[in-house]
Design a protein around this ligand. Structure first.
Ligand SMILES: [Mn+2]
Length: 405
């Protein structure tokens, strides 16, 4: 017998994206509702591919609902699955733990939300499948939950759902920690994990899989976001495919400015890289962070007026597609000095180094900054350099760019 099922996690419905609104309101508009649309795509995919069932390994919701709208999005999607004869088995993660959520809505028939007091099992006899899983009761669960899971049902395809950071995942504190080896020898056929947002097939015999989240929420979640479509043939996993469902995409676009002689050179190079990112995004709205790297004589010009550079690159992006926003430009180039004028500029650098080391001058600049800030309207004040070091660095870059031009 062969069937397919869909494994997903970390939907984070209701994620507020507040950081984005502050930095780039027009960008927030493009990304508004992206998580909801990604969830709708997930439901479409399950129906189109005629999957046997869907499993969701926690963090369906980003936080407690502020109203019922987020819950309605989820229930409507489940109802579409139910009408197509597709059941879903769900556990709660740290973001939507039992004690975090204060509201709920009735689920459509055939949908099972497993509890947090003990591991639960859902029997799907028509496919020879049992699904085991246990929800988070509170936001932080530091115990290993594996010993509380039931032993495998003999003669069935056993799936375990678990929200976990495993052992020693970089940058993740211990949420329901456990070792891959513990999972591998437990006797289940497939471990459907959640919590880590980057997709990864952690183990193959048996399969232990993070599908990743379905929608990138910031630039650290760049690139395609997807669900796992699992094919089971004669009781064995035959394939795990990653199918994209994200509705908007983040991209890290690195532009090598090495040897660039003019700003137009840099614009042309940025355009090529933005075209690549737009092609990869396949028509989705795209938020790009541009990193300029390499050694160039334009280094100081790039640093001297960051607003101008960002505006120029936004204009370049607009020529590629009207669905690209430049989220931020990071200039990490290195200066290329030419032999002659470099000598004279060394004196300038020395003067600035001395100024930076002078606490009295730093204090004076800080006082001037505070006075200036108090006089400016808030929007303009927000664009002031934050401290004396930043003022001096900007002044140095500006003078160098004028001298080298
Ligand atoms: Mn989580």
């Amino acid at each position: 017998m062969a069937f397919r099922f869909l494994h997903t996690a970390d939907l984070h419905l209701g994620s507020p994206l507040t950081g984005l609104k502050a930095r780039a309101p027009e960008l927030a508009g493009l990304f508004d509702r992206a998580s909801r649309r990604a969830f709708d795509s997930l439901v479409d995919l399950a129906i189109d591919e005629q999957v046997a069932f869907v499993v969701i390994a926690g963090d369906v919701f980003d936080q407690d609902w502020t109203d019922y709208a987020t819950g309605q999005v989820f229930v409507r999607g489940l109802a579409r699955l139910a009408r197509a004869g597709i059941r879903a088995v769900i556990i709660r993660g740290n973001h939507d733990a039992e004690h975090v959520m204060t509201r709920s809505l009735p689920l459509p028939d055939g949908m099972a939300w497993l509890g947090a007091d003990a591991a639960g099992t859902v029997d799907l006899p028509e496919f020879g499948v049992v699904v085991h899983g246990m929800s988070f009761k509170t936001r932080v669960v530091t115990e290993n939950m594996i010993p509380r899971y039931p032993v495998a049902s003999p003669g069935r395809f056993n799936i375990g759902l678990l929200h976990t950071s495993l052992d020693g995942r970089p940058d993740h504190s211990g949420y329901a920690p456990c070792a891959i080896a513990d999972l591998a020898r437990f006797g289940y056929d497939y471990w459907g994990l959640g919590h880590i947002h980057t997709r990864e097939v952690v183990n193959q015999h048996p399969f232990v899989v993070y599908p990743g989240n379905i929608q990138g929420r910031h630039v650290r979640e760049a690139g395609e976001r997807s669900v796992a479509l699992v094919t089971v043939t004669d009781g064995r996993v035959a394939a795990v495919e990653h199918r994209p469902v994200d509705a908007a995409r983040w991209a890290l676009v690195e532009v090598d400015a090495s040897g660039a002689e003019t700003v137009e050179d840099i614009h042309a190079r940025a355009r090529l890289r933005l075209e690549d990112a737009a092609t990869a995004a396949a028509g989705r709205p795209l938020a790009a962070r541009i990193r300029l790297v390499g050694e160039t004589r334009l280094h100081d010009r790039l640093l001297a007026d960051r607003d101008r550079l960002a505006a120029e690159l936004q204009a370049v992006a607009a020529a590629v597609s009207d669905a690209i926003a430049v989220e931020r430009v990071k200039t990490e180039t290195r200066p290329r000095r030419v032999a002659g004028p470099a000598l004279a500029l060394d004196d300038l650098d020395e003067a600035f180094a001395a100024a930076l080391a002078d606490p009295a001058l730093a204090e004076e600049i800080a006082a001037d900054l505070a006075t200036l800030k108090a006089k400016l309207p808030p929007l303009a004040a927000g664009r002031l350099e934050p401290d004396a070091d930043a003022v001096l660095a900007a002044a140095r870059a500006l003078i160098r760019s004028r001298l080298e031009a």
